[in-house]
Design a protein around this ligand. Structure first.
Ligand SMILES: [Zn+2]
Length: 340
């Protein structure tokens, strides 16, 4: 089968590799679509992905083979990877390492990360989540970042009617905005410098979009929230000043949820906000409930995934190197999806 294999030095090569064999308790999935994740782009950009690794953890496909003892799935079932809950006793680096550090350990955690920039992927049966009828394969390939946004919003303690600001209209920002809105946030304000991404934010239901290159964000956010600032701010940008801006903009007693997985220092100047009893919450990845909630939102049409697709955003595997290179630079593209 064809797979995009990481060669080191920001180079992905399409190689012929064996189709994974399926052991007891495992399934083989024919990958339909596999979305490129910012986490993979970071790993590529900073060259920390192990050589020989096939990345890709945002995907949907069809079960084509079922291992011994698998009762949950049969051939032909549509599944997405990897939101299931491991049975007790399953080795997992994140769960067993009390001081898991994504930068240092994220790329050699085990069991090996999904390998879905490839025609077939092998999964433990428990890892798969069923794709609801009516949710397309392309949409299903975005279920993983949507689940991360659901997790972020659930961790935020959002209450109906809370004004919310979202820094950054990348995939996580756009999904966080939509999930916050579905959870009753009002208004939902998105801050984003790239015009194309601001337009997408409007399309997916942001009440107000702000341009930080032209507007004073703290002033605008205060104006839009009766002088108080938003109750909750989702920091999904990971730019140099956005964590500070988020901490400074949130209202007295409000909460900043750090979603962006920044690999660079983000300076904050505490004197600006320390008097306001601000809470900072971090969030990473998702649990099974977050996946199920995300799929339910998709199935009910409460989350727009189509709008996140970049122009010419569905590419063949052969174009993956170009797409990764493009995504390492600032871009208006949001989601690029590999069709296998
Ligand atoms: Zn991802």
């Amino acid at each position: 089968m064809k797979a995009a294999v990481y060669q080191g030095n920001q180079k992905l090569e399409i190689k012929d590799v064996p189709v994974p064999s399926v052991g007891p308790g495992q399934i083989l999935v024919k990958v339909s679509h596999s979305a490129i994740c910012g986490t993979d782009v970071h790993g590529f950009m900073y060259d920390v992905v192990p050589k020989g690794q096939v990345m890709g953890h945002e995907y949907g496909g069809t079960v084509v083979e079922v291992g011994k003892g698998v009762k949950e799935w049969k051939k032909g079932d549509r599944v997405a990877g990897g939101g299931g809950t491991p049975p007790p006793g399953t080795p997992s680096f994140i769960i067993t390492h009390p001081r898991f550090n994504f930068r240092k350990q994220g790329w050699n955690s085990q069991p090996p990360w999904a390998m879905a920039y490839a025609e077939y992927v092998q999964m433990e049966a428990w890892q798969a989540i069923g794709i609801p009828d009516g949710v397309s394969d392309v949409a299903a390939s975005m279920a993983e970042p949507l689940a991360a946004a659901v997790h972020a919003v659930r961790r935020s303690g959002l209450k109906i009617g809370d004004p919310v600001a979202v820094f950054g209209a990348g995939p996580l920002g756009l999904f966080s905005a939509q999930v916050a809105k579905a959870a009753g946030a009002s208004p939902v304000i998105v801050i984003e410098p790239a015009q194309g991404r601001r337009e997408t934010a409007k399309k997916v239901g942001a009440d107000v979009v702000l341009d930080p290159t032209k507007q004073d964000i703290e002033e605008e956010l205060a104006k839009l929230t009766g002088g108080k600032g938003p109750q909750i701010v989702f920091e999904c940008a990971g730019a140099k000043n956005t964590l500070h801006q988020a901490m400074d903009a949130v209202r007295f007693g409000g909460r900043v949820v750090l979603v962006a997985l920044s690999w660079e220092p983000q300076p904050v100047v505490p004197v600006d906000f320390i008097t306001r009893d601000v809470e900072l919450t971090t969030t990473f990845a998702h649990g099974t409930d977050d996946w199920l909630i995300g799929f339910d939102l998709m199935a009910k049409g409460k989350v727009n995934t189509d709008a996140l697709l970049a122009k010419d955003g569905i590419i063949p595997l052969e174009k993956i190197q170009d797409a990764f290179m493009r995504l390492t630079k600032p871009t208006s593209d949001i989601k690029v999806v590999v069709k296998l």
